[in-house]
Design a protein around this ligand. Structure first.
Ligand code: AMP
Ligand code: MG
Length: 412
């Protein structure tokens, strides 16, 4: 039996970021960019107005006020997206719209609200300083500037930046293909009629959902009977994946064949059993050169093991620098007793209590109790050596969601 850390290190060492592929910027959302992006154009491309108003020479408004306005001749109208035709000379101004290029000679824009139009002239009641309401070329982004670095996650802001630069495609790390194989004679698929002797092999769906949630591509191989040939056939079908996940068949039962196959010729078993609860009977190795994780069959165990080992491995393949779920400190809501020796992951529902978080257990902690996961939004992590953890003591909780802090109201 090895520790959670040892198991994690062994598993993570077996994976590296996958190669790069080209994708549209919208499909790149949430993925890790594999190239540095340099601006091939300036933004804005030309000096332009940030207001609807009049472009003018600031010097012509010197001393202007409500009582003593400046009066300028209007030369032309410059809507956004058009090219100014005339240069602004002393005593002149041009009607200009937000985003339109500044005409030659002008160095400021006075807002619509601070002027009065009088036929071909404009009456200006304020003194305007040079550069006011003007955005200079390259003020946002200079030509040649690095705007996104490889390794960063593409968010909507990056998508907008890439679009502004005229980039419709970029390089991102490939998404790993994750094969999921269920094992067990007692398993049936969702759409089969219920039977007192059978249960739905729900792990295939749950694990596929976990894979998709963290950015991998699940490949559901189906259910293998507890027979060598059937299991081998299913594993053969999974060999094109970047990682194979099996569920069940890794305990000490007579029909637990996954380990046996991992130990067979051409395959490898690196370790079996991790000092954690739930999730102890986990096997790791390779079938040929494809890494395989034999996850325990109990629904909660397979989810908790996925969270500790598979999620970080998938994120590493996706090129992410940060592989782990956020943890918080929370106040325990009741005493918890455990035996020393293993790390325990206790399903909890975290709730906010003023400035604190409170960790409430989600009931029966059996590794076959699905409701304990449905109710949970985190896992309390109790260290190996702990035997009793008292109510009101502070514990570490691994969040099962990226954010706990969604608000029922906008919060302002
Ligand atoms: P095993 O390790 O194969 O003995 O499985 C342990 C427990 O998990 C048994 O009660 C199985 O019925 C259950 N189990 C195994 N595989 C699945 C699955 N794919 N979906 C739901 N439960 C499963
Ligand atoms: Mg089984």
């Amino acid at each position: 039996m090895i520790s959670v850390e040892e198991a994690l290190n062994k598993i993570l060492d077996s994976f590296s970021p996958l190669g790069l592929e080209t994708t549209s910027i919208l499909d790149a959302l949430g993925r890790v960019i594999g190239e540095d992006i340099y601006a091939g154009r300036a933004m804005p491309p030309k000096d332009h107005s940030t207001m609807d108003g009049y472009a003018l020479r600031s010097i012509d408004t010197g001393g202007a006020s409500q009582e003593n306005p400046a009066i300028l001749d209007v030369t032309e109208e410059i809507p956004a997206g058009t090219i100014p035709k005339k240069r602004i000379e002393g005593g002149q101004a041009a009607r200009i719209m937000t985003g339109a290029p500044l005409p030659e000679g002008a160095d400021a824009v006075v807002r619509m609200e601070d002027v009065q139009k009088k036929e071909n002239r404009v009456v200006i009641f304020v003194e305007e300083r040079k550069g006011h309401n003007v955005r200079y070329a390259g003020e946002d982004v200079r030509i040649g500037e690095k705007v996104i670095s490889r390794g960063e996650i593409v968010r909507p802001a990056e998508v907008g930046m890439l679009a502004s630069l005229g980039r419709s495609f970029i390089l991102v790390h490939q998404r790993p293909l994750v094969a999921v194989v269920a094992t067990g004679d007692e398993l049936m698929d969702i759409d089969e009629p219920p039977s007192p002797w059978k249960i739905v092999g729900s792990n295939s769906y749950c694990l596929a959902a976990l894979v998709r949630e963290c950015g991998g591509i699940p490949l559901q191989i189906g259910i293998a009977k507890d027979r060598r040939e059937d299991l081998l056939a299913k594993f053969r079908a999974a060999r094109r994946a970047d990682i194979i996940l099996s569920s069940g068949g890794v305990s000490v039962g007579d029909y637990d064949l996954v380990k046996e196959i991992m130990k067979g010729a051409g395959n490898r078993m690196d370790f079996w059993q991790v000092a954690m609860k739930p999730g102890r009977p986990l096997a790791f190795g390779a079938l040929g050169d494809v890494p395989i994780v034999g996850l325990p069959g109990n629904p909660v165990s397979s989810m908790v093991s996925f969270e500790q080992f598979i999620r970080p491995a998938i994120l590493k393949m996706l090129g992410h620098a940060h592989l782990f779920r956020k943890t918080i400190r929370a106040r325990l809501d009741e005493d918890i007793k455990k035996r020393a020796g293993m790390r325990h992951f206790i399903r909890t529902r975290i709730r906010r209590d003023k400035e604190d978080y409170v960790a409430v257990m989600t009931g029966d902690q059996g590794s076959d109790i699905r409701m304990s996961m449905v109710r949970a939004n985190g896992l309390i992590i109790l260290p190996e050596d702990a035997t009793i953890v008292r109510k009101d003591s502070m514990v570490t909780v691994q969040l099962l969601f990226d954010s706990l802090d969604r608000m029922p109201t906008p919060g302002y």
